[in-house]
Structure formats: structure tokens, C-alpha cells
Design a protein around this ligand. Sequence first.
Ligand SMILES: [Zn+2]
Length: 238
Amino acid sequence: MMVTLSFDVEQDCPPFASTFKGLREGLPEVMDLLEEYGIRGTFLFTGRAAEAFPELARRAAKKHELGCHGLEHERFDRLTASEAGGRLRKALSILRRFGRVVSFRAPNFQFPDGYYPVLENLGILVDSTKARHKGWRGGVTPIGGLLEVPASMTSIVTRLPWRIQLRVHEKLEEPAVYIFHPWEFVRMPRSLRPDCWFGTGKPALSKLRHLIEYHVEKDATFLTLAEYLDVYQKLKRG
Ligand SMILES: [Zn+2]
């Protein structure tokens, strides 16, 4: 099974909070954990998160994959194509100071189909905005010159009790693309929406370790989104 661990690196549960506790306290521990197992994750940063935490963006680019999650977690479906292009150009000019960036996921899984050429023109090769929990049934699909690698599930699944989430992992289609956020690994206040705080903090980190061990035992191959693109292209060429 090919497995991708992807992380949308943003402010704490946007738009409900604007703090960066998840980057300060959660993300370094997550990177430590992946590196302990020799796994490269895909870290899709907003431009603003990379600006505020350049050392983490650098670490993502060097030891993992650095990708793009917008400039400041804007809703691209509320922008015109040219506004979207402007935001993305700015985000990528920040992110590419740290290394190569070819993967993208839109905030809130909202990106109009008509804007895909904008991504392509900016050198994005892989999109992971489409998601099964948002109704996408197409699997991995080329869209124009991009490869769509859909997300397998919403991020709250991996914070559920293990025996419950296990049923989801057992039925996954390849590649399994998991989504996490730095703020899930710090304790979030209960004044926020339940999906912002449920299961957050240290329990989330130990469940991530459990998930990694589950897939390691099953001999999974952990790939970044960009690495998955290489595998896909090789398979296509036969
Ligand atoms: Zn996000």
C-alpha cells in the first residue's frame, strides 16, 4: 500500500483561531516522529506560516516535501481567477525561497475547477484538493497537466479511538492520503468548534505513531505527493 502523510500547515484551526501554537509546539514533534521512522511527509504550508516559521519551512523542504496551502488560508472559491493567481504567485514566491514546490491543496478543499490552469501555469504538478469526504469519487486522475491525488478522509478520523478508525484504514484505496494539521497536536480550547478540539494534543501524536506502526507492519511504502507523481508517471509509461 502506498501511503502519504500530508499536513496542512496553517494557523490554529482557521478561520476560528489565528494563533500559531500548532507550528510552535506541535509541528516540530510531528517532524521528529516522522524522521524517527525515516518517513518523508508532505507539508503544505501557507505562505504566511512559512514566513513566520522559516526554520520549519526549511526543514520541510530539506527532509520532507514542502508544498503550498495558499497564502493566508483564503477561500479560493470566493476569489476571481486573477485574484487567486495573485495570491498563489505571492505564496509560491515565499515558499520557493526554501526549495522546490510542486504540490498544492486548497484551504477548506475549495478550488474551482476552472482555476486549475492557474496552478499549472505556476508550476504546480500535483493537486490534492479533491477529497472523498467532499464527494470526489474519481480516484487519482489527471486534470489538464496536473495530477489530482485525492485526500482519503477528513482529518478528524485519525483522532478517533483506534478501534473505530481502524475500520477506515482497512478499507482504504491506494494511495492512502492522510491529512493532518499542526494544531491537532496541541491542546485546542473547547470554546472552538468540536472538530477543532476533539482529540487534540498528545493523544493525537500517539495515534499518529500508532497509525505509522500499523502501516509499517503492513509493509507500506510512504511517499510524498511529489514522489507519488514519479511512481504514477513510471507506471503510465509501463
Ligand atoms: Zn487548511
